[in-house]
Design a protein around this ligand. Structure first.
Ligand SMILES: Nc1ncnc2c1ncn2[C@@H]1O[C@H](COP(=O)(O)OP(=O)(O)O)[C@@H](O)[C@H]1O
Ligand SMILES: [Mg+2]
Length: 249
């Protein structure tokens, strides 16, 4: 069965899109993987070398106009992307009055070829309808969380949103893990935040090893590459591969 995993956190800039791309690439070494950009900002599409404003078809056309999903191959044939662009920002409003709006994404994904082992959905930084339909469409949920006090504060809202979805719309949604991101080992505030994350969130799901803070991620993305191809020896590559192993268990 295809695992459909939302990478969700309503805060922006916590490393969701970066993790989606790098984790997607790591998983694609042994599996067939589809990435879905569900953020109107189209960061993931941009990271993966597309120019969002020039795209003719995006996830918007499938969600709103029932068009077949148009996927792009990335680097090799086991990793595909459904891109997004600013058109998707209109979908949030259009979905309000759409039939079966909660199920739109689930329905769209139900017709993709079933040989994908994983579908990763890069959620927008909000608690709006797009994130909601992503949680409804998913079997699993992965929560990137920045090792900073401020982002830790938003987790109560995040958890209550997940609880709301689990109560009715998607009872089987499974919170896989929290992934602390942008962790600087030498920074005492980051260490305190990481301890707080472990102490308070471990009762809900495993807290995985933190992804180190490094400008290498931005450098890699500038070249439209996952970190493992851009800097194969970078210590964060191992951390990402471990997350991929955890998910494929
Ligand atoms: N582990 C990291 N260390 C340092 N910078 C990072 C890391 N992960 C992501 N970034 C950078 O932080 C910014 C936001 O990352 P992004 O993945 O777009 O976050 P989100 O999708 O949550 O908004 C980008 O410029 C990205 O290159
Ligand atoms: Mg993003």
């Amino acid at each position: 069965m295809t695992k459909i995993i939302s990478l969700f956190n309503q805060s922006g800039g916590v490393g969701k899109s970066t993790l989606t791309m790098n984790l997607g690439y790591a998983l694609a070494q042994n599996h067939k993987v589809l990435l879905v950009d569900l953020d109107p900002q189209g960061s993931l599409s941009l990271f993966m070398g597309l120019e969002p404003s020039e795209l003719d078809k995006t996830i918007y056309d499938s969600l709103i106009n029932d068009e077949p999903l148009l996927t792009h191959s990335y680097l090799d044939d086991s990793l595909h992307l459904v891109p997004s662009n600013i058109n998707l920002s209109g979908a949030e409003l259009e979905l309000v009055t759409a039939d079966m709006r909660d199920l739109r994404l689930k329905d769209t994904l139900s017709i993709v070829p079933d040989d994908y082992d994983f579908i990763l959905i890069d959620c927008p930084p909000s608690l709006g309808l797009l994130s909601y339909i992503s949680l409804v469409a998913s079997t699993h949920l992965l929560v990137p969380i920045q090792t900073q006090y401020k982002s830790f504060c938003g987790t109560e809202l995040l958890l209550s949103t997940v609880a709301r979805v689990k109560k009715r719309a998607n009872r089987d949604l499974e919170l896989l893990a929290f992934v602390p991101t942008m962790f600087a080992k030498s920074n005492s505030q980051d260490n305190r935040a990481l301890e707080a994350i472990k102490e308070q969130l471990a009762e809900f799901a495993p807290v995985l090893d933190p992804i180190p803070r490094s400008t290498a991620f931005a450098d890699a993305v500038e070249n439209h590459l996952p970190l493992s191809l851009h800097s194969p020896k970078h210590p964060a590559v191992k951390v990402i591969n471990n997350i991929a192993n955890f998910i494929s268990q």
